[in-house]
Design a protein around this ligand. Sequence first.
Ligand SMILES: [Zn+2]
Length: 359
Amino acid sequence: MYNWALAQRREAWVQEKKSVNYAKTCKALTELKESPEREWLNEVSSVCLQQSLRNLDVAFVNFFKKRGGYPAFKSRKNGGSARFLGNAFRIEGDSLFLAKIKTPLKVVWSRKLSGEPNQCVVSQNAAGQWFASFLCEEEIAKLPPSDKKIGVDLGIETFASTSDGQKFGQPKRIRRLRKKLARLQRQHSRKQKGSKNREKARRKVARLHQHINDVRKDFLHKLSTKLIRENQTIALEDLAVKNMVHNRKLSRCISEQGWREFRTMLEYKAEWYGRELIIVDRFWPTSKTCSCCGRKADLSLKDRRWTCECGVTHDRDINAAKNILAAGQAVPFACGADERPAKNYVLRGSPRRSRKSKA
Ligand SMILES: [Zn+2]
């Protein structure tokens, strides 16, 4: 449906310089359903068909507002999804009833639904696994206020170091799984194109990708929730600043992706639970400046520990985290010296209403 509508909109533009909007694609859909060769479209819920058109429309809006690229055709290999709204789905115990499907689907719940769902998306991933996601309305209770503050430095070797001296590394098994992934990818590329074995190998690769992603996300969720629960204020360095240090290594790309996701999680969780996230966005050498006296040390990337002239021995990452926290609060150095750069922007807000639960 999505690809069909995309083709319609593209052709209309390329051939006649006409733009086709959502309403027009809906009308074309009604006509399409009446044609004998596309009669089978009546076998599926019209809600889902329309939602596909809606999704495409959102993709176009994003494109016009420069938030995304030109909508691309979707490949069946990457899985797909169908959105059911309102009366188009119903849950009874472990059974999910979908419009126009007579037999209910058996659902294995990954968590309890947190409210009355008003939307259900059934999707299949590239590995061929099926999921049903529900969108529920929920009032999220704010956490009791705390007076703890923390600075967080994100890094490659250690994922996160905090100003109170803790270090959090990515789960060790991720590295092992990545090696396994490389092996599977090699096996996949050796299989003959179009063969059944190649398809099998592709699924294996996709499944492992999914697994690695799950392990990674689990880690990020647990860490962000922990930090939000324990602290009222969290200071984080702006990633745009962090990325000023160029490095083309793969490990860097992977870390950057993790940092972005982590920051997004902290942002919305801070909103949910009434916490404060401060983004320190002015560039200054957080890891090379002594967090006690403000002297700048001459360090290479290899120096993980160093002793400042003032006599304090620092762990590089934890020192950076302390500087980030202090910069976020604009406090002067403990031993005198200049004031640190002022804090830049604070993310705070009203609680978000909806939340996704996945089964
Ligand atoms: Zn010092």
